[in-house]
Design a binder for this molecule. Structure first.
Ligand SMILES: C[S@@+](CC[C@H](N)C(=O)[O-])C[C@H]1O[C@@H](n2cnc3c(N)ncnc32)[C@H](O)[C@@H]1O
Length: 218
């Protein structure tokens, strides 16, 4: 699939897929959106609770959410698994400008993008990453996660990622009281999450988007 580099309104890059007419991030600001949805409303409330945090990301993509999680983890111990069905070319990773916008991030981003697939890699003393090259629908695990970043393409572009059976599969991987966060705030998603037995919160979205969703497993 053809992929184009685009600049978003906060100056940070995203990728655009013409075939799907879909961006990897909000055009209002890629870093701004990722910080708001995944860090402020996902990771931050779980920090400093004295246990290692297990994070699963569905749609590892450019590695932006992973980079921010590593930078803002405040020395908490984090084990991060990133599932990605269609990894991007190394040259695209190198063209992205995230390290220009995030202090002290270039060495860490380099380690994230160079980490081997399907193998756990120590990125810092407190942060390990395992990138897994597969579709979430085909991935089997016994692991349970404290936090799931659900960062699939939107329902218009990739309806199968938002089907109840896909969500249910992912929900089985969440620990009790674990958080599932996503930028999507569609009514159908929230109804499905409630039916799966979650407490669903509609939170203010990042600039340019009214709402986002966080679900807590009961
Ligand atoms: C919205 S983009 C992700 C953005 C990413 N989190 C980032 O910060 O760059 C969606 C990602 O999901 C990946 N993807 C698509 N179908 C998938 C599937 N079935 N399982 C896992 N990942 C998938 C895409 O290749 C793409 O990288």
């Amino acid at each position: 699939m053809k992929v184009e580099l685009r600049e978003t309104n906060d100056g940070s890059h995203t990728l655009f897929i013409p075939e799907l007419n879909e961006n990897y991030h909000s055009h209002h600001g890629a870093i701004q959106e990722a910080r708001h949805v995944f860090i402020n409303h996902g990771l931050n409330p779980l920090l400093n609770k004295n246990y290692p945090i297990n994070i699963l990301e569905v749609g590892w993509g450019t590695g932006l959410n992973c980079l921010l999680s590593c930078l803002f983890s405040e020395n908490n111990s984090i084990r991060y698994i990133g599932i990605e069905a269609f990894p991007i070319e190394q040259s695209l990773h190198e063209a992205l400008n995230y390290v220009m916008h995030l202090e002290n991030s270039s060495e860490i981003y380099e380690r994230l993008i160079m980490a081997s697939w399907d193998k756990e890699t120590k990125i810092t003393n407190d942060f390990t990453l395992k990138k897994i090259h597969t579709k979430i629908q085909e991935w089997e695990t016994e692991d349970k996660f404290d936090l799931i970043y659900y960062d699939a393409f939107g329902p218009r572009a990739q309806e199968e990622m938002w089907r109840k059976e896909t969500l249910e599969r992912v929900f089985c991987m969440l620990k009790k009281d674990g958080f599932f966060v996503t930028y999507c705030a569609k009514g159908q998603l929230k109804r499905d999450l409630k039916e799966l037995g979650c407490f669903v919160e509609t939170l203010p979205g990042p600039p340019g988007k009214r709402e986002m969703t966080r679900a807590v497993k009961n």
